[in-house]
Structure formats: structure tokens, C-alpha cells
Design a protein around this ligand. Structure first.
Ligand SMILES: *Cc1c(COP(=O)(O)O)cnc(C)c1O
Length: 331
């Protein structure tokens, strides 16, 4: 089976497993795991922030990140199909007492004129106060779309001018960086806090990080423990992340090339595919997915009229070529 359902499906390589097995470890709740410390310092450095915190999932990193900017009873603005709004099961409301208002953009982009109308930091004791704006780069449900750095800089300028904080869900910031050549630190510079994932295209089995100021990270460390996310000899997992950054970052360009190949096979303009996710409009989504499965290609239906396919570390050039043949025939 060629599995194009998600880039979370990657399995650790033999080399990654060997690196994990050898990792130096300690109790990370005591702050004594040297491999976790190395990973946190490295990722903070890459994104140009003071500190980072290793978390079991990207959802937990997002919950900790957003709550560091937004108090209970306040709101965060985000795009309507953002992961924080749709795919975290209401965590920001359930745990943090935060509400959201959303803008809609088919490619998940920043819409500054609309944001200006939504932003309401203080309308007296009648309306919820906006504390932060959240953006997702790349944008998952918008088909892995990159948010251009110019738009993000304009957002930063607006946010600073009006006193809003900025959260970036950078689960796939690595893909944005490789696709555009924009240094990671330039993306980092537009956000007060970020969340990044090691367990998507980078191919680690588990792990995400929250990145931000030393103060924000110190507070997030307390809340992580409070939420039951304090982990002990977790350097074994951090080692997978370090290995992924060493060996699986630049190769994301291959995933992007494979995604364009598959897009073309499905009749989607490859020019519209920024990174490793292809959204295919199909009125027969369920039938198309079933037919592809018969031919050894797994796809994900994301609604009755849309199919999503995602390339990743475990999809070789050969796999992508074979899958493209199958999909072209079925399409
Ligand atoms: C995968 C993902 C996350 C985190 O997901 P977890 O499964 O909780 O690790 C966050 N944001 C986006 C955009 C994602 O795609």
C-alpha cells in the first residue's frame, strides 16, 4: 500500500531508531534530560526565540502557546479552518476558557482588512476582548498553503501597532521554510509564540515544541505538568527529533515535488500546490478513495466532495510515480 492519508503516518527509520536507543537521558521533569535540553535549545535557536518546551503533541503545544497570550474570557482570532479551531476538539475553550472568532480564507491566508474589523481589544464591559491573532503556516486544511512572509510581516506590524499578540501554528513551518527558502528565524520573528511539530514530514514518531520567550516557556512548563504532560526519560524521543532535523529537513523538497506530480495526475494545477498536501475536489470522494484503495493507494476523504493526499518520508519517488499512474487512470 502507498499511504497518502497523512504525513503523521511515517515510521522511524532504522538509523533514527539506533539514535534513539543510544540517547543520553535523565528525568526531564527535574530538568535533567540532556537530550531534551539540546533539542529545546536547538529549536529555539532555529526560530530565533529565547526558549522552547518539548511537548507530546502539537495540540498540547498549541494549547500552551495560546493560553500564554490569551486569558480566560478573552478571545483569539484565527482563520475558520485553522487546526486550533477545528481539530483540537475545543481544547482552548475546554481547558483555557478562551473563545475564538474566525475569518474565512479559502487558502488560509491572513486577511488584514477583515482582521482590522474583527480586532476589538476593549469595547467596555459588553464585548469579549481580543488578545491575540493566530495564523497557521503552512495551512493544513487549505492544502498545505504557505503564508507569504510579506503578509506575516504586515500582520506583525499591525499587531504591534494595536497591542495584539501573535501565535503561529507552525506544525509544518519546516515545509514553508524549504518551499520558500525563507529562513526559519524570519518566520519566528513574526510570532510571540509558536508551536512546531517533529512528527509530521520530519518523520519523528512523537513530539512537538512550543517556542517563545523565556518567561512564556517557564510558565508553559508549569502548565504542561498541570495538564499531565510532564515526561521523564523522554530524551529517547527528543533524540528522534534531533535526528530528524539533521537528516529529514532538506529532503522535504522531495515531498513537495512528489505532491506536484500527484496533483497533476488528479487534474489539479501543480502551481497551486505549495508544499506536501494536495486537496482534490471530487464529487465522488468516497468512491474515488475506494477505487484507489483497490489499486493499492490510500487517500483520505475530507468531506463528501474533497479528497486529500499528503506526501512524506515513507513515500519514495517510485511510490509517487506509481500512485500518480493509478490516480491519473482513475481520475
Ligand atoms: C498535526 C497538526 C497539529 C498538531 O497535531 P497533534 O496530532 O496534536 O500533534 C497542529 N497544527 C496543525 C496545523 C497540524 O497539522
Amino acid at each position: 500500500m502507498i499511504d497518502l492519508r497523512s504525513d503523521t503516518l511515517t515510521r522511524p527509520t532504522e538509523e533514527m531508531r539506533r539514535t534513539m536507543a543510544r540517547a543520553e537521558v535523565g528525568d526531564d521533569v527535574y530538568g535533567e534530560d540532556p537530550t531534551v535540553r539540546r533539542l529545546e535549545e536547538r529549536v529555539a535557536g532555529l526560530l530565533g526565540h529565547e526558549a522552547a518546551l518539548f511537548t507530546p503533541t502539537g495540540s498540547m503545544a498549541n494549547v500552551l502557546a495560546v493560553r500564554s497570550l490569551v486569558a480566560p474570557g478573552q478571545e483569539v482570532l484565527c482563520e475558520a479552518s485553522a487546526h486550533i479551531a477545528r481539530a483540537e476538539l475545543g481544547a482552548h475553550g475546554a481547558y483555557s476558557g478562551i473563545t475564538m472568532r474566525t475569518w474565512i480564507h479559502p487558502r488560509g491566508q491572513v486577511d488584514l482588512p477583515v482582521l482590522e474589523t474583527l480586532f476589538a481589544p476593549d469595547m467596555g464591559p459588553f464585548f469579549v476582548a481580543t488578545a491575540a491573532i493566530s495564523v497557521e503556516n503552512t495551512h493544513n486544511f487549505a492544502g498545505g498553503a504557505v503564508l507569504p512572509i510579506e503578509d506575516l510581516r504586515d500582520l506583525r506590524e499591525f499587531a504591534t501597532a494595536v497591542g495584539a499578540r501573535v501565535h503561529m501554528d507552525g506544525a509544518r513551518i519546516w515545509n514553508a521554510h524549504v518551499a520558500t527558502g525563507v529562513p526559519l528565524a524570519e518566520y519566528g520573528a513574526v510570532a510571540d509564540v509558536m508551536a512546531v511539530c517533529l512528527s509530521k514530514g520530519l518523520g519523528a514518531p512523537v513530539g512537538s515544541l512550543l517556542v517563545g520567550s523565556a518567561d512564556a516557556v517557564a510558565e508553559a512548563r508549569i502548565w504542561r505538568k498541570r495538564m499531565g504532560g510532564g515526561m521523564r526519560q523522554v530524551g529517547i524521543l527528543a533524540a528522534a527529533g534531533l535526528h530528524a532535523l539533521d537528516h529529514h529537513l532538506e529532503r522535504l523538497a522531495d515531498d513537495h515535488a512528489h505532491a506536484r506530480l500527484l496533483a497533476e495526475a488528479c487534474g489539479v494545477d501543480p502551481e497551486t500546490v505549495d508544499t506536501n498536501i494536495v486537496v482534490v475536489p471530487r464529487s465522488d470522494a468516497a468512491d474515488f478513495v475506494a477505487a484507489a484503495r483497490e489499486e493499492g493507494v490510500l487517500l483520505a476523504p475530507v468531506g463528501p466532495r474533497t479528497v486529500r493526499l499528503v506526501t512524506h518520508l515513507d513515500v519514495t519517488r517510485d511510490d509517487a510515480t506509481k500512485a500518480a499512474e493509478v490516480l491519473a487512470r482513475l481520475a
